[in-house]
Design a binder for this molecule. Structure first.
Ligand code: GAP
Length: 456
């Protein structure tokens, strides 16, 4: 594989309809991106896979879909109002803004862990080492300020009656506040899990590395409720589950590693992130946290409602522990895109852009291509209308067949089906494989089984 940089990936995503800059015609909005026709297909395929794995195929597992706007007390109880912040620092020379912890990590090549430093210690380190501004290379920074990432909005008709509310910065609190609703209605017994997929919002003001850091993004979060004493076993299990999930997206294991947190929140027993090797370096795609019984205890305190679980066998009442398994959907998509995009040199010296996306994730599974538009489009459209009922299919009759194959390689379509003059006589078509470029001849009647085999 050639060395691919982020600029190339961003341009490819824009030019092929995967991801566009948010509100582009107005000059964009920092750290916001829109998924195009192919991006949304890839996104939906990953969501579907996650939902099947976590909600449908796991015993004692339940899905929910909560409101983005929640009672503001939720965010007081969760601790987000008081302390969900980034340590920001400004370059006095060029006015660029950075996260102080990121400045230190990249300056020290990850040899210094800023998580272990206080705000004052981080500032001292930056001054003593004269860390240069990544933009203008001078070293003249303001002191560090904590910047809260919550997006605030208001509800109410008049100014006086307005109440400050927040766009949720994570989906997890929806699972916590509905813990008893789900447990009672589903008659769930510990251990059990509640998951949801949905938007989250954070006022990220430092540069985002494409879709890696956005102000609006999607999470796929799974909260696993269990007894104290079983928590460590399940924490380990969910570490493996996280890795397996990314491997199931086609990510090789050597591009994944765990980063255990050195500094834990006071309530947490263990926490780690799963990192993927992006072109810009290793970074987080997933988090696994042993949150003890902190979240439910806090919601019990702040709401005044009893959130204890009643053990049906022992009649014991207690607040369960939570193992959290949190996936950033956009980061999973970005990892799949970075991992699958390549520019290959062919035996004749020519090059082709290709996305080696797993067939089950590819936006289109099949392309239907009439060799000659004039005489063969009727037969090709007939085939399109039957195949597209079963598989996401694209029809293309413009340009030479070679160019059309290249277009499908570029967007990761695993199979191209070409209709030629022989098709009219013997009902057979040419099926071309994206990765090997090998072609075989198949009867139309056998296509569905063949595509199914490749795609599933
Ligand atoms: N409920 C726990 C939680 O939200 P987190 O580590 O802050 O934990 C979980 O976020 C995941 O959400 C991360 O691993 C990452 O994949 C994704 N994520 C977080 N902030 C993001 C952002 N600004 N843009 C895109 N994805 C983000």
């Amino acid at each position: 594989m050639n060395q691919i940089d982020m600029d190339k990936i961003v341009a490819h995503c824009k030019n092929t309809g995967f991801i566009f800059p948010g509100s582009e015609i107005y000059g964009g909005l920092a750290n916001s991106w829109d998924y195009g026709p192919l991006g949304i297909e890839l996104k939906n395929n990953i969501k579907k896979l996650w939902w099947e794995k976590f909600i449908q195929n796991r015993i004692n597992s339940f899905g929910i879909d909560c409101a983005i706007l929640m009672n503001p007390k939720v965010w007081e109880a969760s601790g987000h109002v008081a302390s969900f912040s980034d340590p920001l620092i400004d370059c006095k020379e060029c006015k660029s803004r950075f996260r102080a912890d990121n400045l230190i990590s990249s300056y020290s090549n990850n040899n210094v862990n800023p998580d272990l430093l206080s705000k004052d210690e981080m500032y001292k380190y930056i001054l003593e080492n004269k860390i240069p501004c990544p933009v203008c290379k001078k070293s003249n920074f303001t002191p560090i300020r904590e910047f809260n990432l919550l997006f605030q909005t208001h509800r109410g008709v008049t100014k006086e009656s307005q109440q400050d509310i927040y766009l949720r910065p994570e989906t997890a609190q929806g699972q916590y506040v509905n813990f008893l609703n789900v447990q009672r209605t589903m008659r769930a017994k510990l251990p059990f899990g509640i998951g949801q997929i949905g938007k989250a919002f954070r006022n990220e003001i430092t540069p985002g590395n494409f879709t890696f850091r956005q102000i609006e993004f999607e999470q796929m979060e799974y909260q696993f409720f269990c007894r104290e004493g079983e928590d460590e076993k399940y924490y380990k299990e969910f570490k493996q589950i996280s890795k397996d999930f990314f491997v199931s997206l086609g990510i090789p294991e050597d591009k994944l590693k765990f980063h255990d947190h050195d500094k834990l929140a006071f309530y947490a027993k263990a926490a780690c992130d799963l990192y993927y090797k992006f072109p810009f370096g290793w970074d987080e795609v997933n988090g696994i946290h042993n949150r003890t019984n902190y979240d439910l205890t806090r919601h019990q305190q702040y709401s005044g409602k009893n959130l204890q679980y009643l053990d049906p066998v022992t009649n014991e009442k207690f607040i369960p522990y939570v193992i959290e398994n949190s996936y950033g959907l956009d980061r999973a998509i970005l990892a799949v895109i970075c991992n699958s995009y390549d520019v290959e040199t062919l035996p004749d010296g020519d090059t082709r852009e290709i996305m080696h996306i797993l067939p089950k994730l590819a936006p289109y599974k099949v392309a239907i291509l009439p060799l000659v538009k004039k005489d063969l489009s009727e037969k090709a459209l007939q085939l399109y209308s039957s195949i597209s009922q079963k598989f996401r299919t694209v029809y293309d009759d413009t340009g030479s067949i070679g160019k059309r194959y290249r277009r499908q390689d570029q967007i990761g379509t695993p199979l191209c089906i070409t209709i030629d003059y022989d098709t009219l006589n013997d009902n057979s078509v040419t099926v071309r494989d994206r990765d090997s470029m090998k072609q075989i001849r198949l009867n139309i009647d056998t296509l569905e089984d063949y595509i199914n085999k490749i795609v599933k």
